[in-house]
Every structure is written in C-alpha cells, then in structure tokens.
Design a protein around this ligand. Structure first.
Ligand code: NAD
Length: 305
C-alpha cells in the first residue's frame, strides 16, 4: 500500500514508522529539519521497554514528490486538518482513503469536504508518543487502535485495518467507532482544558474537589449533547471513567497543558469547542464548554496575539 502521513510529528512518526515496514510510506511534514533527519539517518523510535526501532520511510515537505496515495493518515493537530488537506491535495486521488486518529470531534467531517464519506475512516488510538528531536520519538504507551468508516461501507476501513495489523498495531474495525470517538472526547473534556488553566498534572482533576466539580460539569454537559445525537451514554459511568483515567495518568501533563506551556495554539476548538458546535446544531446550549473554550482562547491570546 502507498501511504502518506500528513503531519509526521510524534504520532505520525509512530504510525508512519511502523507502517513503513511492508508499505511505501511517505512522511509529509512542514518541519524541514525532521524531514531531512529522516531522509539522512532514518527514524528512531525509542520504545518504552528500552529497545529502539529504526525505520527508513521516505520524507518530504513537498506533496508533489509523493503523488497520489492509497491511504493518507492525518496526524497534524486537529485544528490544522483542513489546512493540511488543502496544502497536500496532491496526495489525494479519486480512490484515496483518509484516516484520522487525531483527538477531538469533527475531524471526520472536516475530511468529508475532500473525499467521499465511505473513504473517510475515523478512530481512536491508545498509543502515546512525544518528539525527542528531528527524526527521533519516544513511544511512551501502547494499546488498541479502533477504526471505522464514516459511511455505511466498511470495506475500505477493513483494508486499512489489515494494513495496520500487518504493521504490528492491535486494531478493531467497527461501525460503532463514533461512540469510541465520543468516549475519548469525554476524557479529553474532563482533563485537558482544566489542567491547562490550572497548570496542574492530570491527577489533580481527581484529587481536588473543585477541579473535579469543573470536570464533571463539562463532561455531563457533553454527554447530554452526545445523547441528543442518538448516543446513550450513562453520565455517571462516563465521569467515573474520566476520573479513572486522571488517576491512571496522575503524573502526566495533558497535551493542552503542554500546548499552553509551550505557547502553542491548543486543540480546544475540536475538544470542548466541538461540543459547543454540535450543541448549536441541535438547538441546545453548552454554556460550561462555551465558557472554558473562551477561557483557553483568552489564554492563547496572551501569548499568540
Ligand atoms: P505533533 O505536534 O507532534 O505533530 C504534528 C505535526 O504536524 C508537526 O510535526 C507539524 O510540523 C506538522 N504539520 C503542521 N501543519 C502541517 C501541514 N500543513 N502539512 C504537514 N505537516 C504539518 O502532534 P502529535 O502529538 O503527534 O498529535 C497529533 C494528533 O494526535 C493530535 O490531534 C493529538 O491530539 C493526537 N494524539 C496525540 C497523542 C500523543 O501521545 N502525542 C496521543 C493520541 C492522540
């Protein structure tokens, strides 16, 4: 399979790196030093058990060098999806499947503006990675990847699942994947914005009664919106799961806290902001998620303006 990874940062490097063992993989990224390092020395993946995986995918910042691919995997930050697809249209052909495992809600809808719905595959990943430097990542955590097509026809999603399994990923392919996308969103809603605003590690969400109250208000509101779309989540169970994740990752810095600490734009628009947007489409209000979205955007203004 010919594959382009659009956004070959921490997660793109992991998926593209593993997929390059048995497929023609092109890492497409605007970070030239990373592209050069991969082309010169290959990609080094430091595994959690201390071993090192070394792979040699192609890398470029010019999508025209790649040409049309069978599969494009989107791993830019979720707020950059549309821009990345616009700038890398050269890799998308009539039959190209596009996979997103990004965090947040609405990535699949963004991709549907570029390819037919049956070719859009959404999902979640339990892997975790960080960049160590150009051509070098740390693969901190592993777990299942869940995928499914946005449309009715799951045949392309099944082929993508096979390619991922062949590369060593544990993959489940199902037409219920959108529930899992919501499920992961709820965890991000509980943890990300609150830890970023308070500048605390994930465990604080469970340990401090006020932080926990904020997280639960946000999550319960998001569950009400999800359930209005036809889902049937139990808000108590969703809150309990989010707290369990906060406890399980107690010492970790959430990606949104990392973004604010590094003075980068966050994914708020695709996390809490996505709940506000979906609520508006349904004629509902989501004032807690609206307020926290505005607070994070105001925080971004302090360093991006
Ligand atoms: P990252 O910042 O490490 O990588 C994003 C890459 O996209 C960067 O290398 C950047 O240069 C590149 N990029 C930006 N615009 C581009 C463009 N127009 N064309 C090509 N490349 C472009 O981010 P990440 O941590 O790998 O996260 C990617 C997505 O995966 C996010 O949605 C994140 O929430 C999600 N995610 C991350 C983790 C994790 O552990 N890092 C885990 C699960 C999900």
């Amino acid at each position: 399979m010919k594959i382009a990874i659009l956004g070959a940062g921490a997660m793109g490097s992991l998926y593209g790196g593993y997929l390059s063992r048995g497929n023609e993989v092109w890492m497409v990224d605007i970070w030239q030093a990373h592209v050069d390092a991969i082309n010169e020395k290959g990609l080094y993946i430091d595994e959690a058990d201390g071993s090192v995986t070394h792979v040699t995918p192609h890398a470029t910042s010019d999508p025209n060098e790649v040409g049309v691919v069978d599969l494009a995997v989107i791993f830019v930050k979720s707020i950059q999806t549309t821009e990345a697809l616009e700038k890398n249209r050269a890799v998308i052909g009539e039959h190209t499947a596009v996979l997103t495992l990004q965090n947040g809600y609405g990535n699949g809808d963004d991709i549907c503006a570029f390819v037919p719905r049956d070719q859009v595959i959404v999902g979640t990943t339990s892997h975790g990675c960080t960049m160590k430097g150009p051509g070098h990542i740390f693969h901190a955590g592993s777990g299942p990847t869940h995928i499914g097509a946005m449309g009715e026809d799951q045949s392309t999603a099944e082929k993508v699942a096979e390619a991922l399994r062949g590369a060593g990923f544990e993959v489940d392919c199902s037409d219920k994947v959108i529930e899992l996308v919501w499920g992961k969103l709820f965890v991000n809603i509980a943890i990300n914005a609150v830890t970023a605003l308070l500048d605390v590690p994930n465990g604080y969400i469970n340990d401090d009664a006020n932080a926990r109250r904020c997280a639960e208000l946000l999550v319960r509101e998001a569950v009400a919106v999800a359930n209005a779309t036809g889902m049937s989540f139990d808000p108590d169970a969703v809150c309990a799961n989010a707290m369990a994740v906060a406890v399980g990752t107690a010492g970790n810095t959430s990606s949104m806290r990392a973004d604010t600490l590094n003075k980068r734009r966050t994914e708020i628009g695709k996390i809490n902001g996505a709940v506000v947007k979906k609520a508006a489409e349904l004629g509902m209000d989501a004032p807690y998620n609206q307020l926290i979205s505005a607070l994070i955007e105001a925080k971004e203004d302090t360093y991006l303006k």
